[in-house]
Design a protein around this ligand. Structure first.
Ligand SMILES: [Zn+2]
Ligand SMILES: [Zn+2]
Length: 343
């Protein structure tokens, strides 16, 4: 089969590799769509993990083979996959910190080599410990929507980390696909959202997604969001300046949530008294919450969160490198980029 193999930093090659063999408790899924995710982009650009690997973890496709001990799924079913599933028993899981669970940190979907998601290949093998994460896609929904479950789950998890009351005000900085999902989910939860971005096209979409106010992204001097106005701020752009602006923008006792600061080793200056004295919590959220999967699926498949408008660009498998290039340097009109093999 064809697969896009990561051979080193910024080195992706279309290669022919064996179709994965599956065990008695495993599935083989023919990939239809795989979303391009910033966390994979970082690994590819900075070469932070050893090659070779086949990336891609926002995967939807069709079951084409099922191990003989698999009873819950059958051949022909259209499914969305989750490459991480927690054990639900360890210390981290008992604290609902699933992303810190050792079982969760193992990647249970592969197209070969060290498991890394495998969605940039024709077929993936779904290992037994991630079978609980497989979700059927309803007949009326597309593979594209199925591939959005994982990112929607990560956003839903982050929203649940905030202690908000209906009618609260929230600043969402950055209206890329993730920021727009935040805007929509917060609006659905009854929050008044100020959406900021550098691009007018995204601000317009943010209003469609339920933002009450929009603001062309604060440049350093003017146009800052009002100080001490917001109950929470989501920082969906990897900018330290925006974190500081968010710290100013939330009221005492408010919360600032980091969603895009995934690069290790970066340091920054913060006035720590804003945390200690003003009780402005600084928190992060990473990856998905297994227990929120059905809620995320309902939001996507009912189209209360309509992900179809977020997917702007589809690339064939052979052009995965171009898909990743566009996702890392978005244009004024590009949002979610996917690799699609759906015919
Ligand atoms: Zn992802
Ligand atoms: Zn665990």
């Amino acid at each position: 089969m064809r697969a896009v193999v990561y051979r080193g930093a910024n080195d992706l090659r279309v290669e022919t590799v064996p179709v994965p063999r599956i065990g008695p408790n495993e599935l083989l899924v023919k990939v239809a769509v795989c979303g391009v995710c910033p966390t994979d982009i970082k690994k590819i650009h900075f070469g932070t993990v050893p090659p070779p690997r086949i990336f891609g973890h926002e995967t939807a496709g069709t079951i084409v083979r099922a191990g003989k001990r698999v009873t819950k799924f059958k051949i022909g079913e259209r499914v969305a996959l989750h490459h991480h599933v927690p054990c639900l028993k360890c210390h981290a899981c008992r604290h609902r910190a699933f992303a810190q669970c050792d079982t969760y940190k193992q990647t249970g979907i592969t197209a070969g080599f060290e498991p890394a998601g495998g969605g940039y290949a024709e077929y993936v093998r779904v290992m037994p410990f991630v079978l609980p994460g497989v979700i059927r896609i309803p007949a009326r929904n597309s593979f594209l929507e199925g591939a959005m479950l994982e990112p929607v789950n990560t956003v839903l998890k982050a929203v649940k980390r905030l202690r908000l009351l209906r009618g609260d005000t929230v600043l969402v900085a950055g209206q890329g696909p993730i920021g727009l999902m935040f805007t929509r989910l917060l609006a659905l939860h009854g929050m008044k959202v100020l959406a900021t971005d550098l691009l007018d096209s995204r601000l317009k979409l943010a209003r469609d997604f339920g933002a009450r106010w929009t603001l062309k992204a604060p440049d350093a001097s003017s146009n800052n969001p009002p100080a001490r106005y917001f109950d929470a701020a989501i920082v969906a752009v990897p900018s330290d300046d925006v974190v500081r602006q968010a710290q100013d923008a939330v009221r005492g006792g408010g919360q600032v949530l980091l969603f895009s600061h995934t690069r290790r080793g970066q340091r920054t200056g913060l006035d720590l008294a804003t945390i200690c004295v003003d009780e402005k919590d600084l928190l992060g959220s990473y990856s998905a919450d297994f227990l929120l999967q059905s809620e995320a699926a309902r939001l996507v498949f009912s189209r209360r969160l309509d992900t179809r408008r977020l997917i702007t660009n589809q690339f064939p498998l052979e052009q995965t490198a171009a898909a990743i290039a566009l996702a890392s340097h978005p244009t004024a009109v590009s949002l979610k980029v996917v690799v699609s093999q759906a015919s």
